[in-house]
Design a binder for this molecule. Structure first.
Ligand SMILES: Cc1cc2nc3c(=O)[nH]c(=O)nc-3n(C[C@H](O)[C@H](O)[C@H](O)COP(=O)(O)OP(=O)(O)OC[C@H]3O[C@@H](n4cnc5c(N)ncnc54)[C@H](O)[C@@H]3O)c2cc1C
Length: 372
């Protein structure tokens, strides 16, 4: 095909990863288009729990999580729009001896990777967060924690991308991607979009996107469930989790409390749609009330679920696509709302011909493992 490339860079998938990447690439001088089959950040990036956490982040991601936390905390400066970011302390609680041992091990590894996490006594934890149960044995304490209002993410990025001059193409599903001698042609119902370089940033849909280029990259789909309470009087002021990682809890300034922790619902990546499994949510809610006893009096207002991606080794897929010049993949980042902006920024640097100051996660390792 002889279609001349219209854009220097095409980003397919407009979650927090694709949106950040497109923004930094355009600001770096590349004429960039971002295409999403729906509105920007309406999948994982708009329905997540908004926790900006180091305590739940994989050790290898700590440097990115630290940088991304600083990015979120200064969102007004680089994004220019509000995502409701609140920076506060975070506590990871241990109720049993086993959890205490787990906590010490996990906190130790993260501290070695640069996260400011200390182990504090029960009394010290209660001083940091008077709302927690006095039945805890100890806690991990991190002064770099916080949360955002995830549902504001798309709104904020849309405005920033348009202001920067990125061509934002929403509600435009890409049906296929062809490699040509000049670059790539994305096939959409409204006609082809051509670009010299491409980034596949499709969240759980990275796997079918990679198949367009004939590459098999298995991506596991997690169906995370969340609930939110009605507005209640202040019962907590920090982000609270537990050592096992099965709880994430914070109270927003207007009074609602979001309860998460990765308890699984049902969903289907190919056909779309998610379904809550109330029996599984009950465990999550019980745990929340155990951690913050005052929560027991609150009524639930709503529950929902969203799809989160995971590679075979639970580390990101972020780097060039081997064997296909000018094609890149970015996503499948554990706690990806927290770390995604930093990893996307590093990949934008590589595409702009700069040395990234933090490492990427090339997918060669995953492709080798996926070969029969
Ligand atoms: C319920 C839940 C709670 C979570 N809680 C947290 C948390 O508290 N803290 C944290 O750090 N992380 C959390 N996460 C993880 C985090 O949300 C994700 O890691 C992150 O948002 C992924 O961003 P992404 O841009 O890679 O993917 P996505 O946001 O999924 O974006 C992918 C985009 O690709 C688009 N797309 C797919 N197919 C096509 C196509 N054919 N053509 C065009 N576009 C297409 C989709 O429409 C979508 O917008 C949570 C995830 C879930 C689901």
């Amino acid at each position: 095909m002889s279609t001349a490339p219209t854009y220097d860079l095409g980003v397919i998938g407009g979650g927090v990863v694709g949106s950040t990447l497109a923004l930094f690439a355009q600001r770096g001088g590349l004429k960039t288009a971002i295409i999403d089959r729906g509105p920007l950040c309406r999948e994982a990036s708009g329905v997540n729990a908004g926790t900006l956490t180091l305590q739940m982040t994989r050790v290898a991601l700590i440097p990115h999580a630290m940088r991304a936390h600083a990015m979120w905390a200064s969102a007004r400066e680089w994004l220019g729009h509000d995502v409701g970011v609140v920076v506060c302390d975070g506590l990871s609680l241990a109720f049993t001896e086993r959890e205490a041992a787990l906590l010490e091990e996990r906190a130790g590894k993260r501290r070695a990777a640069g996260a400011p996490i200390t182990i504090v006594s029960r009394d010290e934890a209660l001083r940091v967060e008077p709302g927690i149960s006095d039945k805890i044995l100890m806690a991990g304490h991190c002064v770099v924690d916080g949360y955002a209002n995830a549902y504001l993410t798309g709104q904020a990025f849309r405005a920033a991308l348009i202001e920067a001059g990125v061509a934002v193409m929403e509600n435009r599903p890409v049906k296929g991607l062809e490699r040509t001698d000049k670059g790539f042609v994305a096939e959409t119902a409204e006609g082809p979009v051509t670009f010299r370089r491409v980034v596949l940033a499709g969240g759980v849909w990275i796997e079918p996107m990679m198949a367009w280029l004939g590459v098999h990259l298995p991506i596991k789909v997690l169906v995370n469930q969340l609930t939110v309470t009605e507005r209640i009087r202040p019962v907590m002021r920090t982000v609270v989790g537990i050592a096992s990682g099965l709880l994430s809890l914070k109270q927003y300034p207007h009074g609602t409390v979001v309860i998460g922790g990765g308890w699984q619902g049902l969903g289907d990546r190919e056909r779309g749609g998610v379904e809550l499994v109330p029996e599984r949510l009950v465990g999550n809610i019980r745990l929340a009330c155990h951690a913050i006893p005052e929560l027991a009096g609150a009524r639930l207002a709503r529950g929902w679920a969203g799809l989160e991606a995971e590679t075979a080794d639970a580390l990101p897929a972020a780097g060039p696509i081997p064997g296909i010049p000018d094609a890149y993949v970015c996503g499948s980042i554990h706690s990806g709302y927290t770390s995604g902006p930093s990893i996307a920024r590093s990949l934008a640097d590589v595409i702009l011909g700069r040395e990234p100051d933090l490492p990427l996660f090339p997918i060669d390792r995953l492709l080798k493992a996926a070969t029969p």
